[in-house]
Every structure is written in C-alpha cells, then in structure tokens.
Design a protein around this ligand. Sequence first.
Ligand SMILES: *[C@@H]1O[C@H](CO)[C@@H](O)[C@H](O)[C@H]1NC(C)=O
Ligand SMILES: *[C@@H]1O[C@H](CO)[C@@H](O)[C@H](O)[C@H]1NC(C)=O
Ligand SMILES: *[C@@H]1O[C@H](CO)[C@@H](O)[C@H](O)[C@H]1NC(C)=O
Ligand SMILES: *[C@@H]1O[C@H](CO)[C@@H](O)[C@H](O)[C@H]1NC(C)=O
Length: 462
Amino acid sequence: MANSLLINLLQIFLLFLSFSTHALGLLKFHVIDVHALTSKNVCSPPKDMERFRSVKPTLAIVNRHGPCSTLHSVEKSLEQILSIDQSRVDSIHRQISAISGTGKTSGPLSSSQITAQSGGSFGVGAYIVEIGIGTPSKTLTLLFDTGSSVTWTQCKPCLRFCYTQHDPIFDPSQSSTYMNVTCNSAPCNVVNNNSCSGSSCLYGVRYGDRSYTVGYYAEDTLTLTPDVIHNFRFGCGQNNNGTFGEVAGLLGLGPSSESFVSQTSDKYQRVFAYCLPALSSSTGYLNFGSNSDISNTNRTPITKQPNSGLYYYITMTGLSVAGDTLPISSTVFSNAGTIIDSGTTITQLPPDAYQALRSAFREHMTQYKMVPGISMFDTCYDFTGFDSVTIPTVGIQFLNNVSIDLVPNGILYAISSSQVCLAFASNSDPSDTGIFGNVQQKTFNVVYDIPNGEIGFSPEAC
Ligand SMILES: *[C@@H]1O[C@H](CO)[C@@H](O)[C@H](O)[C@H]1NC(C)=O
Ligand SMILES: *[C@@H]1O[C@H](CO)[C@@H](O)[C@H](O)[C@H]1NC(C)=O
Ligand SMILES: *[C@@H]1O[C@H](CO)[C@@H](O)[C@H](O)[C@H]1NC(C)=O
Ligand SMILES: *[C@@H]1O[C@H](CO)[C@@H](O)[C@H](O)[C@H]1NC(C)=O
C-alpha cells in the first residue's frame, strides 16, 4: 500500500520533471506510465472546458472507437484499423501520382458511377463530430476529414442501399429547407462533372478501400450550434456501403471548392482549428473562424503543389530523437513532399527518413525486449511487468523553423502492453508523398489559416 503510494508519487514527480524540463526545451526522454498509453473505459471531457466553451462554434471531437463515442459499432481490432489505414495511404499515393480519369459508366446511383477525383482519398478516419442538418435540424454523427472535401450523409429513401447507422437516417422530405442541386449548375459541374438524373445533380465518392457513397447532390441548412449555415451543399446518399461503422457520413474539410471550409468562407474566413485527444477516452475539439484559438502557434507555410486542390501540403524538413537532429538529407523530404491529413492514422515517412528515425529510436530503447512487428510497424517492444518506461523524445521539424515535440501517445502505438510499437511507417517508394497523420497530431492545437497560407501547432491543447 505505502509502496504503491510511493511509486505513484514518484511517477507524478517524474511527470512533473518531464514537463518542467520540457518548458526549458531540455527534454530528451519521457518517463511514462505504461497504462497511460491505453484508453480508459470512461470518457473524460475536454481538458480545458473554459477554452473549449469560449470559441464558437466548437464541436467536440471524439474517437469513434472509444467510450466517448455514442456509436456502438462492432469494435475493429487495432490490426484491422491499421490495414484500413494502409488502404487510405495507398489510395492517396495513387491519386497524387495519377490525377486521372473518372470511373463513370452505367445508370444512375450505381456504385460505379463515381468520379475518381471527386471525393479525395479513402475516407474512413477515426474522429467524429456531431452537426445538425435540415429544418427542423436533425443531429448527425459524421467523420471529420481534412483529406477529402465532399460532405455527405445517408438519405431516405435509400433507393439502392444504406448501411446501418446510429442516428436516424436523414429524410429530406421532412426538411422544409432541403433542395436538390440542379443539373448543369456550377456546383454540379464541380462535384461530378454534371452527371445527372433528370434535373437532379448526382454526386459520388469512392474511397480507397472501395467504400462508396452515391446519391443526389443537395443543399440544406447546416447547424453548428450556435451558427446556422444556409444552403450548404452536401451529398444525400442513396447508395452507400463500406467501412463507415455506424457514422451517418462525413464532414469534408479538404481544400477544394466543395468542402465545408470553402463553402463557409464568408462566415469563417477559411480558418479552423482542431485538437485530437491523446486517448479514445478523452475529448478534443474542432472550431471555426478567426476567433479560433490561433494565437501563440508555430506556423509553417502551406506549400503549393500540383495537387493542392485535394490536400493540404506542408514541408517537413527534419526529425529528431532524444533532442538530436537526425542526419537526413533535406532532399529526402523535398523529393517526396508532405501532406497533413486528419484521416490517416500513422505518419508515413520517406524510406530514408524512416530508417534514420527507427535506428535512432532503437538505440535508445535497448533496455526493452523487442517483439515481432505488426502491420506497418516493425519496431515493437514488450512492456509487460513495467509500470513506467523511459522513451526518447521525438521531434518533427517543418519549414520556417517550426519544431514540434510529440506526446508519448504520438510516438508509441500500444496494441497491448506486450506489443507497443514505434508509431511511424515507411513509404515503399522514396517519391511517394509523406503523410503527417493523426496519431502524431494528438493534443496539438492544429490551426489551418488558409488566407495566410499557414498551418500552426501549439502543444498541450486538449
Ligand atoms: C430531388 O430529386 C429527386 C430525384 O429526382 C426527387 O425524387 C425529389 O423529389 C427531389 N426533391 C426535391 C425537394 O426537389
Ligand atoms: C466531363 O463530361 C464531358 C461530357 O460527358 C466529357 O467530355 C469530359 O471528358 C468530362 N470531363 C472529365 C474531367 O471527366
Ligand atoms: C455492403 O458491404 C458488406 C460488407 O462488405 C457486404 O457484406 C454487403 O454485401 C454489402 N451490401 C451491398 C448491398 O453492397
Ligand atoms: C530556430 O529555432 C531555434 C530553437 O527555437 C532557435 O534557437 C534558432 O535561432 C531559430 N533559427 C532561426 C533561423 O530562426
């Protein structure tokens, strides 16, 4: 009893030590409680309720697989989640290397009637938010995704197919403000090259793992309490299937003109910020507008690329382990380029960068027993029997001298306490685009300031 109290006090002291040296920029190692790597069974509210409530509108972000989620879909194993993640990555790479043809073929609402470029990448990310659609407003739980732009939800009468979702399926006939987007209008041209059924515009999105949604492109009132957005364009899905779990659809925050960010530019000036929680048992936030928490952030430029319409590109310039900058040539990063994506789980690095990270990390972890890898992970440890472990800090540098220090939950991914892995993956080809994924973004306030062409990071936000 007294012993465990002592150990707890010691851990609290070590945590305190790690944070205080952190503040001085001296932190080379994290001493972490092994249990802090895995989620609890109860949901905790946002860390800083005051800040959470002060900015409007603010949506709570939770992981759809955890206790903060209202969804009760069949739990996916971590291995399944990683394999879905790999299909998203492959799809992003295919899309970037071959911005190309459309998949349009047969009659209306068939799943093959989907343009390859309209939806962006594989969309089945982990984080969900609640919004309202229609008049009266109906609450819908949507995935939020900076890597795709079309917002959609399943709609009655589900002409072809709707998967099972948690919220009642949106019924356009019950909304007094619902309208179909007409064929041959500018938005219809953008979303699906004017593919239509009669006078109604059709949209379609196919994601990397063959999940898809097809239906009428529509507009209706969208509610983000306390704000109301009139005539918001979204997909009203009549044929939907895939790995969406029980979510009602997706909120597209990508850069292209049909995205939420573009459609609300008058109201929110294309500025938004989010914080992804460290654990699926904690809560983050997503807020919009120039009163988002955008102060005090290290900002790196959003870089222009041939595919800038689809993804937010930033420039990664270096990596550090235990405070030491790794010897990686800057061309390794510049040849590949990097996007930031809320929907990809694990950060994907160019092969040479990953090799350097992996070997430096392993050098500092020799006191722990290595165990076989899993999925895209090849550097895993058995922490059975340890209450706390000491791991090196990992930093990522971006253009403009922006340097961020990842939280322990952004460095390690715990399958179980006997298999805790370095949470990074290697691209197979040096020319494949790097992806700064959501595990590494955890607990940062990530600000997208599109008018100023910048993305900013500030630590310990949720
Ligand atoms: C939207 O278009 C569909 C298909 O043409 C039609 O069944 C539905 O009544 C239309 N809804 C409205 C509100 O116009
Ligand atoms: C759009 O549709 C027109 C007419 O069907 C076709 O000629 C054109 O190639 C399409 N453009 C794209 C980008 O798919
Ligand atoms: C929907 O997807 C599930 C799982 O992949 C599959 O078993 C089912 O047949 C699909 N349903 C339709 C109508 O495509
Ligand atoms: C970059 O940041 C480091 C650490 O914050 C600082 O010491 C250095 O002077 C900065 N360099 C430039 C060019 O701003």
